[in-house]
Design a binder for this molecule. Structure first.
Ligand SMILES: Cc1cc2nc3c(=O)[nH]c(=O)nc-3n(C[C@H](O)[C@H](O)[C@H](O)COP(=O)(O)O)c2cc1C
Length: 196
């Protein structure tokens, strides 16, 4: 089995809390799955061109012509082929950093990650059965976890049956014991890793 880890832990903290959560999950997953492999996409400083007026026609034409082996679709092919997917990113603007949005734009390639039936129904083409999103937030997340809801809906579109989310809230509220909240979320992540 192959787990694809999308590392979007862009941070000014040393260490990044989101990275601590992700590292704990991955260590527990490797311990529980010693024969399996982890592949990493490091979005922390990767250059991903947004689709714009100067590149969208070439990009979409290749897709429309079915040229899915083109290097432009390498990230999409890698995502669609993974058995398990873990995405880690901090909670920014009620969602996640722009780097992850750019990555999503690139992996959501027609006839690689998803397609349509002749009747117009959307069908997921990704192999993974499970996708986990890990985050940490400065404040509360319960009223607007837009990043998680976006990834939940995308998982369905990609044909990934199980969407899982773990987040440690209130990490920037000094008056609250935020370290305990992070420790508890890490413990939940380590427990989930055994069956993920
Ligand atoms: C650019 C930026 C935007 C942020 N936006 C939010 C936000 O909308 N809501 C919130 O609760 N915290 C927000 N935060 C705080 C982070 O979510 C919080 O500090 C998180 O734990 C950072 O994780 P890290 O240690 O991995 O960087 C923001 C932080 C940054 C740097």
């Amino acid at each position: 089995m192959n787990l694809l880890f999308i590392n979007c832990c862009i941070s000014m903290h040393t260490p990044s809390r989101t990275a601590l959560l992700a590292d704990a999950f991955l260590a527990a997953w490797q311990a529980a799955h010693p024969a399996d492999t982890v592949e990493v996409v490091d979005l922390r400083s990767m250059t991903i061109a947004p689709l714009r007026m100067d590149n969208i026609t070439a990009y979409e034409t290749k897709l429309a012509e079915g040229r899915t082996a083109d290097p432009d679709f390498a990230l999409a092919r890698q995502f669609a082929a993974a058995d398990r997917i873990v995405i880690a990113a901090p909670y920014w603007e009620l969602s996640f950093p722009a780097q992850l949005r750019l990555y999503i734009e690139r992996i959501s390639a027609l006839n690689i990650a998803f397609g349509y039936t002749p009747e117009g129904k959307s069908v997921g083409l990704c192999r993974a059965e499970k996708l986990l999103f890990l985050t940490t937030a400065g404040g509360p997340m319960e009223n607007a976890n837009c990043g998680s809801e976006h990834l939940r809906a995308l998982s369905q579109m990609y044909g990934i049956d199980q969407y899982c989310f773990l987040g440690a809230a209130l990490q920037d509220v000094k008056e609250i014991d935020h370290e305990t909240i992070l420790r508890q979320t890490i413990a939940q992540a380590e427990a989930l890793a055994k069956t993920f």
